[in-house]
Design a binder for this molecule. Structure first.
Ligand code: 5AD
Ligand code: SF4
Length: 500
């Protein structure tokens, strides 16, 4: 195992997770490329349908915020080609699955959907199906699509999104599946067009890829080695978002606290301080940060930067040192607890959330109990908990696994019970408190109820009207629940300003 990890770290692991078809050039160092996207999309104009109506696309997005953001980029490219967006599968001429490979059940869902939607092709012969994102980087998936889902017209990966306009044209003119997946990212593309989903919150990539090679995780293979964007490009993007009125900016990376390691000229703490100084910036978030390399310098930068909110997502994965070692995590239980202690000391009211895997191969009841005890000791505000899912070609997939699925499900339930009790207790302490909420818009189920978030990322629901969207309001918490807080607006200074 050690050897595999070493090879992978050195970029010498050739295990076929990523076939390369079509044209590709792969220099060793990632070039920074600024495409003339307008020219690129102009070259591949989709035109109008025979009845004069526009071609329409729908993207189904699975997985993490990185994928959500890639979807915004692909929507930008498709708009540039003359496509319009539709929410309805029946109206779509291009249905694109932007997939996640982290767990098997997410993959099964995608294949289920592709199967279910096949008949749409009989009604609309022009309909194209595409599959992209992390699943597309897996050789097994590529093979499966070609053999079992031949009605998928286009497969491309995470490293060649910029090829989308040309690939759509190839797919339109081909009776076979067009498959172009690059196994590395030869270039870091700047100046993407983006159709952002939200008008209050925006994502900004700061770093791509991951070098950590946790033994369970497919991400380093599907997203490649760590590459940081240049600070000036990031700052320019954030500044333009602020100018457009975005108020809640999330800096995205698979491993943000490694930001700048490959550049050698800056680091994540430095970047946060610079983003914090952008005139007019409101809230700054980041995800995902990991326990390793979470330096005192970074804690100080978060604590001292007024716009950086007090929410840290800090995946622990397990509370057992034995399991952490088998996971190839670079932290121990003691290191993690000490880090939490330092963070809490420096950042009062910090909201801590985490990711936990149960049922990792070899996890005993005693190992699991150590995870539960860590959860009780840290008292996270929220935890995303998962049953381990073996991922092809990752080291842990070949580890011996003794616990049964029933045992794993039982552990997950017990862990969730403990965490839910803690989340509720924390939220109950907020009853009667007045919190600052940035209003995102109407809640999902009731248009008279607005939803927004505290700086700590707690979801708050309250009656209000649309003029509050994108503004700060002060909400008194009246009904705390496990996963959200209900309340009523007691002051809306920014809204009055607008009305008067
Ligand atoms: N099985 C289950 N959960 C996983 N995660 C990553 N890989 C796996 C896997 N093979 C979880 C980790 C990670 C989160 C994004 O997904 O907890 O932090
Ligand atoms: Fe996966 Fe670990 Fe990288 Fe996260 S840090 S993406 S868990 S390998």
């Amino acid at each position: 195992m050690e050897n595999l990890i070493k090879l992978a770290r050195e970029g010498r692991l050739e295990r076929g997770l990523g076939l390369t078809f079509g044209t590709t050039h792969r220099p060793n160092q990632a070039e920074r490329v600024s495409y003339d996207i307008e020219a690129l999309t102009k070259k591949y104009q989709i035109g109008r349908k025979a009845d004069g109506s526009p071609y329409r696309f729908k993207i189904l997005t699975y997985g993490c915020q990185m994928n959500e953001h890639d979807t915004e980029v692909m929507a930008g490219l498709l708009y540039g080609m003359g496509y319009q967006q539709t929410e309805s599968e029946e109206d779509a001429d291009f249905i694109l699955f932007n997939t996640c490979a982290v767990r098997e059940n997410a993959e099964d869902k995608v294949f289920g959907q592709i199967g279910r939607m096949r008949p749409l092709k009989f009604r609309n012969p022009e309909l194209l199906f595409g599959l992209c994102g992390c699943m597309a980087q897996e050789q097994g998936v590529q093979k499966l699509v070609l053999e079992k889902f031949p009605w998928v017209d286009l497969v491309f990966g995470t490293h060649n999104i910029q090829r989308l306009p040309e690939l759509v044209f190839q797919a339109k003119n081909s009776t076979e599946t067009v498959l172009e997946v690059w196994d590395k990212a030869p270039e870091t593309v700047e100046d993407w067009p983006k159709i952002r989903k939200d008008s209050v919150r925006a994502w900004v990539n700061i770093q791509y890829g991951c070098n950590k090679f946790c033994t369970y995780c497919i991400v380093p293979y599907t997203r490649g080695v760590e590459r940081s964007r240049l600070p000036e490009d990031i700052l320019a993007e954030v500044a333009s978002l602020v100018a457009e009125g975005y108020r809640d900016i999330t800096l995205l990376g698979q491993n943000v606290n490694d930001y700048g390691v490959d550049l050698g000229t800056t680091n994540f703490a430095g970047l946060l301080r610079k983003v914090n100084e952008i005139p007019g910036i409101d809230r700054i978030r980041f995800t995902t940060s990991n326990p390793w390399n979470f330096t005192d310098e970074l804690i100080d930068a978060i604590a001292q930067s007024e716009h950086v909110v007090e929410h840290i997502h800090l995946p622990v994965q397990s509370g057992s040192n034995r399991i952490l070692k088998r996971m190839n995590r670079s932290h121990t239980r003691e290191y993690y607890l000490n880090l939490v202690h330092k963070i809490r000391g420096a950042i009062p009211n910090v909201v801590l959330t985490t990711d936990i895997i149960v049922g990792f191969p070899g996890e005993t009841e005693d190992d699991f109990e150590q995870t539960v005890s860590l959860v009780r000791e840290v008292e996270f505000d929220n935890a995303f908990t998962f049953i381990y899912s073996p991922r092809e070609n990752t080291p842990a997939a070949s580890f011996e696994d003794t616990a049964t699925l029933a045992e794993k499900k039982d552990r997950l339930r017990r862990l969730n019970d403990v965490q839910n009790e803690i989340s509720l207790r924390h939220n109950l302490q907020l009853r009667g408190e007045i919190v600052d909420v940035l209003v995102e818009g109407e809640s999902r189920t009731n248009k008279d109820v607005l939803s927004g978030r505290t700086r700590g990322n707690r979801l708050v629901l309250f009656p209000g009207d649309a003029s509050m969207q994108g503004r700060h309001v002060e909400v008194e918490i009246t009904e705390p629940q496990t996963f959200l807080l209900k309340g009523r607006v007691v002051r809306a200074p920014e809204v009055q300003e607008v009305i008067s």
